[in-house]
Ligand binder design. Structure first.
Ligand SMILES: Nc1nc2c(ncn2[C@@H]2O[C@H](COP(=O)(O)OP(=O)(O)OP(=O)(O)O)[C@@H](O)[C@H]2O)c(=O)[nH]1
Ligand SMILES: [K+]
Ligand SMILES: [Mg+2]
Length: 423
């Protein structure tokens, strides 16, 4: 028999209320044992809870939620307790004594997936939603969690199955001499499907949304990188000094500006012929950071930064005018241009990050959809119908991997391990 599991699903006590969730075949019996009765389904009822020894544990609000129409798909009970540590421990002890098991992280969600209540793309969205720290992250995760990708993939899958059925008909009844055994619109239906997938593939990916849009400050020693870094963060995170070579390590800080997640990266000043081994290591790290940037703010000599870097004239208050046509002039000392720089960064990052409310693919999903796209894109109806059938099958298999109709245990362990206990 499946274990019946329980966990504190609300935050750490003490708090006003603590919600303990129970899921599994014994949920109802355990509730009956604790409260002496089972309330009407889906109605919140206030009731005292007792241990097997007859001690009053708490007066709680309880919910009896019979499966399969529940979050996990199983019989579920919610106990809304007074949120003191000792109250929660006493109730948890009573549940353990009744033979229930503490849930693993993500186990409730894993059961929801196993019981078909959510698919893999929705579970991934849910994990993102719980981790979301900024408004943009929340809205992207919400779109996935509420099934935006899942519904789209289901539609694609149906269309592929329809096409496969047509190919089967050609295989069963086709005249061997007739190369055009496919219906007239077959090719265009394949093309339209491939284009619909290509539209999702072309969208910004979800990873930069999680890690923050990565802005690296680079340039020679004493260019004012750390000063600008601190000004952007509004925090004296990095050491600033008139001594060239102050910054050695990479310094990273994440911050949301106007709901847009950024990670700013301060680096060691770049220059040739350093004798100092530590400084040389710092310069190597700075160069690697520039390669991994979504955007480089270049504070060095004009035209010597990476392609696509933004040319920034720093120390504008001190009358610095080393660049003929900087994108922006700023001063970390008096704040000149910092607001405008932030405004432009937000505008630029928004175009590179998923649009609010629009589903974005993570790299796992992107790689799988790429397979589906290639299978469909490669279809040539002049070729043998058997080959066409095989390509359609590969596309369908890819869709199934995406929604979790076909997955491996490792993949599931990795995903559900991201959840906290109680979810
Ligand atoms: N007047 C003026 N001085 C600045 C400004 N920004 C930085 N400085 C000064 O320039 C010097 C170097 O600043 P840092 O921010 O340490 O420069 P850095 O590029 O991080 O230097 P390294 O880490 O050594 O490569 C310090 O003395 C700062 O006070 C500015 O906007 N105006
Ligand atoms: K310095
Ligand atoms: Mg510095």
């Amino acid at each position: 028999m499946i274990d019946t599991i329980f966990a504190l699903s609300s935050g750490a006590p003490p708090a006003a209320i603590a919600v303990v969730r129970i899921s599994g075949p014994r949920a109802r019996d355990v509730l009956a044992a604790l409260s002496g009765k089972v309330p009407q389904a889906r109605r919140a009822v206030a009731t005292p809870l007792y241990s097997t020894a007859g001690d009053l544990l708490d007066r709680a609000l309880v919910l009896w939620l019979p499966g399969p129409g529940t979050a996990t798909g199983e019989d579920t009970v919610e106990l809304h307790l007074h949120g003191g540590r000792a109250v929660v421990s006493a109730v948890e002890a009573a549940l353990a004594e009744a033979g229930l098991r503490r849930a693993q992280p993500g186990e409730f969600t894993r059961r929801a997936f196993a019981n078909g209540r959510i698919d893999l793309a929705e579970a991934e969205g849910l994990a993102d939603l719980l981790e979301a720290e900024t408004e943009l992250q929340r809205r992207a995760a919400m779109a996935l969690a509420s099934g935006a990708l899942s519904r789209t993939v289901d539609d694609w899958r149906e269309r592929v199955l329809g096409l496969s059925a047509l190919v089967e008909a050609v295989l069963d009844f086709g005249d061997e001499d007739d190369v055009n055994g496919f219906p007239g619109d077959f090719g265009s239906r394949v093309d339209t499907l491939a284009e619909d997938i290509a539209e999702w593939l072309a969208r910004p990916r979800s990873e930069p949304l999680k890690a923050g849009f990565r802005v690296v400050l680079a340039g020679p020693p004493n260019a004012g990188k750390s000063s600008l870094f601190n000004a952007l963060l509004e925090n004296e995170a990095a050491i600033v000094s008139p001594i060239a070579g102050t910054t050695r390590d990479i310094i990273e800080r994440s911050v949301a500006i106007d709901g847009v997640p950024f990670t700013f990266v301060d680096t060691a000043g770049l220059h040739d012929g350093s004798e100092d081994a530590i400084e040389r290591e710092g310069i190597g790290r700075a160069q690697a950071a520039m390669c991994n940037a979504d955007l480089v703010l270049w504070l060095g000599p004009e035209g010597q930064g990476p392609d696509d870097a933004w040319e920034i004239e720093s120390k504008a208050d001190a009358g610095h005018a080393t660049k003929a046509s900087p994108r922006l002039r700023v001063s970390a000392s008096d704040g000149f241009g910092i607001g405008e720089l932030k405004r432009q960064l937000i505008e630029h990052a928004r175009t590179c990050l998923p649009k609010p409310g629009e589903g974005a693919l993570n790299s796992r999903q992107h790689a799988i959809l790429q397979d589906a796209y290639e299978a469909l894109h490669g279809i040539d109806i002049q070729r043998d119908a058997l080959i066409v059938a095989e390509q359609l099958r590969s596309a369908r298999v890819a869709f199934d991997r995406l929604t979790g109709r076909a997955t491996t245990e490792d993949m599931l362990d990795a995903l559900f391990g991201r959840f906290c206990i109680g979810k």
